[in-house]
Design a binder for this molecule. Sequence first.
Ligand code: PEP
Ligand code: MG
Length: 754
Amino acid sequence: MAAAAPSVSRRLLARLRDLMAGGGSAQERLDKVVSLIAADMVAEVCSCYVMRAGEVLELFATEGLKKAAVHKTRLRVGEGLVGDVAAHARPLALADAQSHPLFAYRPETGEEIYHSLMGVPIIRGARVIGVLVVQNRSMRHYTDEEIETLETIAMVLAELVASGQLVRREELVAVDGNALLPLRIEGARLNRGVGIGVAVLHEPRPAIRKLVAEDPEVELGRLREALAAIKTALDELFSRPELRDGEHRDVLETYRMFTEDKGWRARIGEVIRSGLTAEAAVQKVHDDMRARMSTVTDPYLRERLHDFDDIANRLLQYLSGGERPVSKRDLPPDFILIARAMGPMELFDYDPAKLRGLVLEEGSPTSHVAIVARALDIPVVGRCKEVLDKVECLDMVIVDGDGSQVFIRPPEDIRDLFGEALRQRRRRAERYALLRDLPAVTRDGVGVSLMMNAGLLLDLQHLHDSGADGIGLYRTELPFMARSSLPDVEAQTVLYRKILDQADGRPVVFRTLDVGGDKVLPYWNPYEEDNPALGWRSIRITLDRPAVLRHQLRALLRAAAGRELSVMFPMIAEVAEYRQARFILDIEIEHLRQAGHRLPERVRVGAMLEVPALAFQLDALLPLIDFISVGSNDLAQFLFAADRGNPRISERYDPLAPAMLTFIRRLARRCDAAGVSLSVCGEMAGRPLDAMALIALGVRTLSVTAPAVGPVKTMIRSLDLPPVAAYLRARIQSPDHSLRDELRSFAIDHGVVI
Ligand code: PEP
Ligand code: MG
């Protein structure tokens, strides 16, 4: 962000302001503006290109080029030097422009006599809406300061270009010709669930009315006041009861740190001193940063950019409205929020009681807003390309998080379909609530321990309303992913203690850090791998970085002082790995003992069976462990050599295939004989039909997502086990692709509710 102090003269800015606000048509004013810029910058040419529909840049005004070229010369984005400035949203300064390979000669302009060229993008929001160019006959070397000056001018000019007086505003956003037809957009699932409501566009950036300041000192004072107001608003937000606890708090803390970033504040101050108002300075610094970072692919940095967007928007709101940043009012009772991207705080500006879903143009499962939305149980679909250009305020929208799709202005049949699905969901949820306190026992009296998967502190509330027997898989990586640095032992201890407190005596199985593959920790340099699923992930990372594992285990042991601790290691491929991890745990136990700490009453240790190789070492493994938990998602991936993250292949093989069922049956028998408890905690355990098969194979503990507890319990309570077990025994050697269809028919015929 460090750059030379902006050198644009306050006099020039004042004259520009007067010209733009003066009389005459927009075209006449633009003509005067380019003459003024050319004179002030001692350039023979100054031209303004405006973006038109279809990504074409049209010459709108010029001082120095032939006037006949105005409204005739057109360049596509990416074409010529002007097109290059627009394509990359970055300035270009060349002493010898004509010898540049991208130079596109336009004879009608008469520009062949000008050698040097400097062009800057005219940006509005995150979009390039034009290009401002100066040219000189001599081979002039434009300085960084001159580029900076032209950028500031372009920003002031953006007001005129975006005002809708030169080009219709709709054209500036290149509205899709089919804007009013129903649309289905595929995206990425960031949170499950279905939501129906009307679109509310998240447009936090207010129009800036005043760009050029009278007195920089007054503006600096306004900036200070705005920053203080934001801080107060954040403090208030932090004291809300629903935000008091949980990992999202880390996200919010990181965000607060950004508002205190000294470099960023200093840069805004510099721009104010050059003559812009506080709000214009905030916008300029922010646009510069966005343009510079637009090519960054690092997910962590991109995420930070969203946080900065959020802060800049808040400041702009305050500065241009003179109000405190307050919650949005008068929202429709059921609405779907549509945004390009969002910082985690912005979601709290909207009433969660009315918010039914969130659609983002960007976003990834690990984006902060997705983590917060998950905690609030709001369905989210991300990576919906250009959705903001395709939806209008109050359009009907359906967010289908389960199907990773969004319907805009859905036709009646789709509306009815999803409306009915939603009503059924609610009715089912009411029925499941009635089962909450009843045991998961089959009709013939076999008890199944029905546990729940969790990963956020907020999930714990579902432990009580779902009636699960405990947490069978606590994915500890989420808090690690939400923070900007590795949480220390203290922070982890506090979190794990809260989890155990909230579980209130019900068992919790903590899985040690399972990152890598697609779960990237923002502060660890992602390591480029051809096959990340088979790569440096999970226990492999923590065994190679034992300090991380030691700290986590220490925190778990401390948090469970005087209580039972269950801990399992993920992705164990061989007994030697398990022993190594177990050795580290024993060292930690011993250290705590020697230091006089209170230890857990009992420590249960298990391994996740996700890599098939481990099943060939059961003789060596079983005597060393208390339990095995099958991670069926990864197990199926490795058993069938089918990438679970690749949509083309992830559904190709079925967990109800004879090979997978045979594998689990053998495992169940061996565990039973050795007195080692066996659970299944992957997605299959949460599907009633699959769960029926697992129980028939001998599995007695299932750990499922919270919404699956009711359906699986309903299935168990309707199940008469011996006939299914016999049926499966007879069919398990089938040469078929899957037993799913016949098991479904069997269930229906035998009254099993699936
Ligand atoms: C699994 O692989 O089945 C599992 C439970 O772990 P995760 O989905 O977190 O990899
Ligand atoms: Mg796994």
